[in-house]
Design a protein around this ligand. Structure first.
Ligand code: KG4
Ligand code: ZN
Length: 352
């Protein structure tokens, strides 16, 4: 029998190229978080191949779930619910996790809770050891969600309600990192590779454009990274045509600085716009040390409380899905067994 005072939720995440399962107690205490990454398989193709991702999830999911249960020293009968990401993401990848979770929920007679992937990224901010002086991080806050597929500013009103403040009009920040990295001859995923190269480059060497930064006065919180990406490509092409040597380190550092300047400016402007003194980071790009440092400095200057989830909870993982599911569980928001997966963000973040 599940102990409702200590609710353990098993969550599954298969929206892209990580097969992950986790057990989280009361939405915050992560007792296991197993992540099987397919990156090495996809790297040779320069990006994620959807059909291969689905097949890999099928091969791995049982093992990953068993490992998560074993690491949590939890029995299936001690669980309160089964959670799963059902979108947005690669449809063939999502259905593997969704049908596995449905089968478990049906077999164990447990409630099924479906979770929006962006909602899950935001909930990484609730996971354990994310406290400042012992105070748990709670809504309301402004969240900068930056991943390979999304770049959004989301005002988190409470655990279930979100207001979409801004989003990218073209490329996501992570996508821009991946594309520029590819042009520089770096492997997939590009973000961590650019970061390594940028660490030994000069961020002021090349003045790449910062689209719509608005100098903190704008009410437009949308992003655009395609102009910046083109500027980097033009810079490299021009140098190659003129036979001029290029410092890849300086290109990486200057590009990274341009992305981070815009992200940080808009995030703080959006928080001020909502009169909100708390800011959080989420999504794979939130693993960027340079972004974390810049946002920390600017938040400290402005007296804004910042929450930075540990890097392992920023890139795709199931612990964040379990946390999101806990709050849906409390609201009795359970999914029927005929629930579907969806590839695009249908719900516009009003609910998970
Ligand atoms: O959230 P995530 O794991 O998957 C999606 O939901 O998209 O994010 C993956 C993205 C990739 O584009 C990757 O290049 C980027 O996060 N990323 C980074 C860093 N680590 C991962 N971008 C910049 N700096 C990093 N250190
Ligand atoms: Zn993600």
């Amino acid at each position: 029998m599940a102990n409702e005072q200590n609710m353990s939720i098993l969550a599954i995440e298969t929206s892209c190229d990580e097969t992950s399962a986790a057990v989280v107690v009361n939405g915050r205490r992560c007792v296991s978080n197993i992540i099987s990454s397919q990156i090495d398989t996809h790297r040779v193709f320069g990006g994620v191949v959807p059909e291969i991702a689905s097949r890999k999830h099928i091969e791995t999911i049982s093992l990953v779930v068993d490992q998560a249960m074993a690491a949590a020293t939890t029995e299936f009968l001690q669980l309160s619910g089964v959670a799963v990401t059902n979108g947005p993401g690669l449809i063939g990848a999502l259905v593997v996790g969704l049908y596995y979770a449905k089968s478990l929920a049906y077999g164990l007679r447990l409630p099924l809770i479906t979770v929006n992937h962006l909602h899950a990224h935001i909930c990484a901010n609730y996971l354990e050891d994310i406290t400042i002086e012992g105070v748990a991080f709670e809504p309301p806050f402004m969240c900068l969600v930056v991943s390979g597929g999304h770049t959004s500013l989301v005002y988190v009103e409470d655990y279930l309600h979100y207001e979409f403040i801004g989003q990218t009009r073209d490329d996501a920040a992570g996508e821009a990192f991946d594309k520029v990295a590819r042009t520089l001859g770096l492997p997939y995923p590009g973000g961590p590779e650019i970061e390594k190269l940028a660490a030994i480059g000069n961020p002021h060497a090349i003045q790449f454009p910062r689209a719509n930064t608005g100098k903190g006065t704008t009410q437009d919180f949308d992003f655009s990274f395609s102009g910046l990406k083109s500027a980097v490509l033009n810079y490299l092409n021009k140098a190659s045509m003129q036979g001029v040597a290029v410092s890849r380190e300086d290109v990486a550092a200057s590009f990274q600085a341009a992305v981070i300047d815009v992200l940080v400016d808009k995030c703080l402007a959006a928080a001020a716009h909502k009169g909100c003194g708390k800011v959080a980071l989420a999504g794979g790009v939130a693993a960027s040390t340079a972004l974390r440092q810049k946002l920390s400095v600017r938040c400290a200057e402005q007296g804004v409380r910042l929450n930075l989830p540990p890097k392992v909870f920023c890139t795709d993982n199931a612990a964040m899905v379990a946390s999101a599911a806990y709050y849906r569980y409390l609201a009795q928001e359970f999914a029927p067994l005929d629930v579907n997966a969806y590839s695009r963000n249908q719900t516009l973040m009003t609910k998970g």
